[in-house]
Ligand binder design. Structure first.
Ligand SMILES: Cc1cc2nc3c(=O)[nH]c(=O)nc-3n(C[C@H](O)[C@H](O)[C@H](O)COP(=O)(O)OP(=O)(O)OC[C@H]3O[C@@H](n4cnc5c(N)ncnc54)[C@H](O)[C@@H]3O)c2cc1C
Length: 489
């Protein structure tokens, strides 16, 4: 029987392992962490369940939807959604609607927004090289500064004047303030649009429940999952991967041979552990790719209700806090005591920057003072906390990154038995469904299904993140002007 070695047991690696084990192949998964699920795992702290950022389940891939339902059945539930933007002590609908946004900012700011929009129409930036120029030309400086600038800068950690315009163009597409208002006021609403704005699927104990169950099933079918096992070397010869080496929690090194190898570990890491090492051009391309990280300060608040949303985007520039999750609104079972509320306070950062290196207690002090400052709850109401650092949470689509990916892809293509999957394996800013789909396709390729797609060619399909038609179309024309703000960041 052919043996498949899978590096990483997040959604991509587990889906591949599950499909292969179901089809009686011999699978071994090696996972560096103490638990499975990757960034989609759920942390359990004193019987409270916390996601690393909230994880909505939604997909246009029917196969993925079927798989999720097969794994969790009744425990995979439909959940109502409310998410808003918080700015200047006020809440705004997210996705943003022009009328709500303009009425929410007050008369003075509405006038300023309209005036600055007119100014932008009359005297636009001639060159649209940066995110700031691109958005200001279409929405005016004032609206840009309220609803685009602060959150985008928090997520990416650089001024919008340094983010390339192409990035905004890709995500906001043809919209401008005038078209958004026109659409909101005059466009007939299509009642067939079933929006992802209103609902999503979610396991009763968070996304970790899905991936824990998948791993249990793999083991029941004879697959092996080694936790605390970091792959440190990938040995190859004549374009064939021969074996990998991994180190367990006690520092012991083991070798695993196989016929096929699936990698969901970061592409950059894979390139660094190939033996023999690739040439300078490939190594240089990998070193040019970078990531953003997040820290979640998870707190238990001694109050029954704090706010009704699943999550809130914090645009207020006076705090570093980027987003707040309220887990009992995702699923009541996430909180063992109904008189309490658990919140996930998310900070975007870069590995080893000042925030990343702050002691847990200092992070807690920062988070509790900021949440009080923006009047969500009092610091004194927080009775416990835990801090989770998530390195490499987001692949950064920096200027020229596609060129680097192309160099790496071309090189790795030569390995006949190596299959790349997932968010970091393919360096794609994706959602879980894309990772699952790439895992399934890699498994099918290994099983000889010639029609299985190349994993590089599976799209992340960003356009249905916020809306989807019942007929399966994307509903792109319904896009909100600041849709990018919610791109699962
Ligand atoms: C804050 C946040 C919110 C998100 N919200 C959503 C959402 O609402 N909906 C949605 O669909 N998606 C969401 N996502 C995206 C989702 O988390 C990812 O798409 C998904 O987890 C990717 O799965 P993966 O298996 O490709 O990678 P990962 O989840 O990163 O799994 C890779 C695994 O490989 C392991 N690994 C790494 N290096 C090694 C090594 N050397 N040896 C062995 N193992 C190794 C890691 O420990 C990890 O377990 C969100 C992401 C973030 C950061």
């Amino acid at each position: 029987m052919e043996k498949v070695v899978i590096m990483g047991a997040g959604p991509a690696g587990l889906s591949a392992g599950y499909h292969l084990a179901k089809n009686a192949l011999n699978v071994t998964l090696l996972e560096a962490d103490r638990q499975v699920g990757g960034i989609s795992k759920t942390i359990k702290y004193k019987n409270y369940y916390f996601d690393l950022g909230g994880h909505r389940f939604f997909t246009k891939f029917e196969e993925v939807d079927r798989l999720w339902k097969e794994v969790l059945g009744e425990a995979f539930r439909n959940t109502p959604r409310l998410s808003r933007i918080y700015y200047n002590n006020r809440f705004f609908n997210y996705p943003l609607t022009p009328v709500n946004a303009l009425s929410g900012v007050g008369i003075a700011d509405t006038a300023a927004i309209l005036l600055s929009y007119l100014k932008a129409r009359m005297f636009p930036y001639e060159r649209e090289e940066t995110f700031e120029q691109w958005v200001s030309n279409r929405f005016g400086k004032k609206l840009y500064s309220i609803f685009f600038k602060t959150y985008t800068e928090k997520v990416w950690g650089i001024p919008c004047s340094e983010i390339q315009a192409e990035w905004a163009a890709q995500r906001i597409k043809g919209l401008s303030l005038s078209t958004a208002i026109r659409n909101a006021l005059f466009k007939p609403k299509n009642t067939n649009i079933k929006t992802l704005i209103d609902q999503f699927n979610y396991p009763v104990y968070g996304p970790g429940m899905m991936y824990n169950e998948m791993s249990r099933r793999i083991e029941r079918m004879g697959g092996i999952i080694n936790l605390n096992s970091r792959v440190t070397r990938v040995n190859h010869e004549n374009s064939v991967i021969k074996s990998i080496e991994y180190v367990d929690g006690n520092g012991h090194t083991f070798k695993e041979e196989g016929d096929h190898f699936i990698s969901s570990i970061p592409l950059t890491e894979l390139i660094g552990i190939l033996h023999p090492a690739p040439g300078k051009e490939v190594a240089g391309a990998a070193q040019s790719l970078s990531y953003r990280s997040i820290i979640t300060v998870d707190v238990i608040v001694n109050r029954r209700e704090v706010f009704p949303d699943n999550w809130i985007y914090i645009h207020s520039p006076e705090v570093k806090l980027g987003r707040i999750q309220n887990f009992k609104n995702w699923s009541a079972q996430m909180v063992p005591d109904p008189d309490k509320t658990s919140l996930g306070l998310e900070y975007f950062c870069t590995e080893n920057d000042n925030l990343w290196n702050m002691a847990d207690y200092e992070l807690f002090r920062l988070a509790s003072s900021e949440i009080e400052k923006i009047r969500i709850c009092k610091a004194s109401e927080i009775e416990d906390y835990t801090v989770v650092r998530v390195p490499k949470a987001y692949p950064v689509y920096a200027m020229g990154y596609q060129r680097h990916i192309a160099v790496i892809r071309e090189y790795l293509k030569s390995f006949v038995n190596l299959h790349l999957v997932g968010r970091y394996g393919l360096f794609k800013y994706n959602n879980m469904d894309h990772s699952v789909m790439t895992g399934l396709c890699a498994a099918k390729k290994i099983m000889g299904e010639s029609h299985a797609l190349d994993t590089w060619d599976i799209n992340t399909d960003e356009e249905y993140q916020e809306e989807k038609r019942e007929d399966g179309g994307s509903g792109r024309e319904e896009l909100q002007p600041v849709r990018l703000l919610g791109k699962q960041a």
